[in-house]
Design a protein around this ligand. Structure first.
Ligand code: 5AD
Ligand code: SF4
Length: 472
């Protein structure tokens, strides 16, 4: 559990590590690119757009760094630690670049946006710096870099959504895929660098989202996760002036097939509507799981964070979820030790965790980010050892809540979508239930495959996994 601290990784199969693409048809391409992604799911989805653009340019993906003509690193700036990890990786690429002439190294994503041309100065062997809205410019930037010039494009856009680009699925299990529905963020949470690195919020054309999801289903995928920094504020107006909100989008995607599971992330407590909850209730295939970051349980801290809700409001949203969706799992993001946080504020965070009975949380200690409202306005005054102690207490409460939630499932049955072999043995399948809990069970003689749905009876659990056996 502790490896989750300070490293937001939402998919356990990708936990703690960057991923690299599978090999495409080796004869199809003249050149090879290698890409590593860090940070949020959005970055992983963006790397699939980059892969699509590069395929068009004659670059095939490789997992083998040594074979690459182009090395890309899609970066995250959310906490200092994320940036330090990328810097360390860049020094490793540096050695490769020295040994192989002509290899280009490019920094993509949030760090590119935050540091801009400065990154070329600091990391001498970086050839390209490309912000999250500039991926269409990659072919031109590569040409520029090939001539020995440093290539930079960090322009943010008000309307880029890459709607027409069909992502190339990288390192996919062939069952679950991310589908980006919007970009950027208009909230100004005072701790957060995202509005500065990913720009203004914009929603993607609903038709392109629905056709991407349908296409995935036809290719055999059985689960889509609709991604945005704040999905509840999705709002798209088409040429005929017809407006679509998130509830309507969700309803349409769920209508593609009852066999296509639909998930989404992230919801904002100030924006999630009962309309969304009712759409979830109406469709069996919309997973009963909501990621609802709380950040803090103290009204005073929430106000400093500019979260624009109170603890009472948050609790009322949780109660609505339970009323409309009695079996819905809830998870959260929590920050320990934000500016001025007192022991009493911290206790209120522990209290709201107990109230909300989170299945799971992503827990961090506050890391001041340059340029954010908090950095400009407040002093980062909670000592590091206090932040770490509070974080450890938060982690401890969450570990108990996760275990208690899993214990409750013993003896029940649930529908599981098979995602592949369990991590430990190829004699067991691993999948998730609607509530996003990982379920592991023996394959036995059943004739099943990835992408199949099975009913599993839960007989045991650990803090992170349910264990059971197939009943149907
Ligand atoms: N320090 C610590 N955690 C942060 N997050 C965002 N910015 C910071 C920061 N400066 C966390 C929030 C957010 C998640 C994606 O990362 O909890 O929801
Ligand atoms: Fe950052 Fe807040 Fe936007 Fe999330 S909602 S990306 S925490 S500014």
């Amino acid at each position: 559990m502790l490896d989750l601290v300070n490293d937001k990784v939402q998919d356990e199969s990708r936990q703690g590590e960057a991923y690299a693409p599978f090999q495409l048809d080796p004869n199809q391409y003249q050149k090879r690119f290698y890409i590593e992604s860090y940070g949020c799911q959005m970055n992983f989805a963006d790397s699939e757009i980059v892969a699509s653009i590069l395929n068009q340019e004659g670059f095939g993906a490789t997992r083998n760094l040594e074979e690459a003509d182009l090395i890309l690193i899609n970066t995250c700036s959310i906490r200092e630690k994320a940036e330090l990890t990328v810097r360390k990786r860049l020094t490793e690429f540096r050695k490769l670049k020295r040994n192989k002439k002509g290899v280009l190294v490019g920094v993509l994503g949030c760090m590119a946006e935050r540091l801009k041309a400065q990154l070329l100065e600091e990391e001498k062997l970086v050839d390209m710096v490309v912000g999250p809205d500039a991926y269409r410019a990659l072919p031109g930037l590569i040409m520029e870099a090939e001539t020995g010039q440093k290539a930079v494009n960090v322009l943010l856009s008000r309307d880029e959504t890459y709607a027409d680009i069909s992502p190339v699925r990288l390192d996919s299990n062939g069952v679950s895929a991310y589908v980006s529905i919007m970009r950027g963020c208009n909230n100004m949470c005072s701790f957060c660098v995202v509005p500065f690195t990913r720009g203004r919020e914009r929603s993607r054309d609903m038709n392109s989202i629905v056709s991407e999801c349908r296409d995935l289903f036809e290719k055999g995928f059985r689960e889509v996760t609709l991604l945005g920094q704040n999905v509840d504020s999705y709002y798209y107006t088409d040429e005929g002036n017809n407006a679509v909100n998130f509830a309507q989008l969700l309803n349409t995607v769920a209508g593609i097939s009852p066999l296509l599971r639909v998930r989404f992330s992230t919801s904002h407590p100030k924006d999630i509507t009962d309309e969304v909850l009712y759409v979830m209730a109406a469709h069996h295939n919309i997973c009963k799981y909501i990621h609802l970051p709380v950040q803090s349980g103290s009204n005073r801290v929430l106000q400093l964070m500019n979260r624009t809700y109170t603890r009472e409001w948050y609790k009322a949203r949780v109660e609505s979820i339970w009323k409309i969706l009695p079996d819905c799992g809830i998870s959260a993001d929590i920050i320990a030790g934000f500016c001025t946080e007192t022991e009493e504020d911290h206790q209120q965070t522990l209290e709201i965790m107990e109230f909300s009975k989170y299945d799971y949380s992503y827990m961090f200690f506050y890391s001041e980010r340059p340029g954010t409202l908090a950095q400009r306005r407040f002093k980062d005054d909670v000592p590091e050892e206090v932040k770490k102690r509070r974080l450890a207490e938060i982690v401890q409460v969450q570990n108990r809540l996760s275990f208690e939630s899993n214990l409750k499932d013993i003896g029940t049955t649930c529908e599981v979508l098979i995602e592949g072999d369990s991590r430990k043995t190829d004699k067991d399948w691993k999948g998730r239930n609607s509530r996003n809990k990982v379920v592991v069970f023996p394959k036995l003689d059943h004739d099943l495959k990835k992408g199949d749905y099975v009913t599993v009876k839960i007989s045991e659990c650990t803090q992170g996994t349910l264990l059971g056996h197939i009943v149907k």
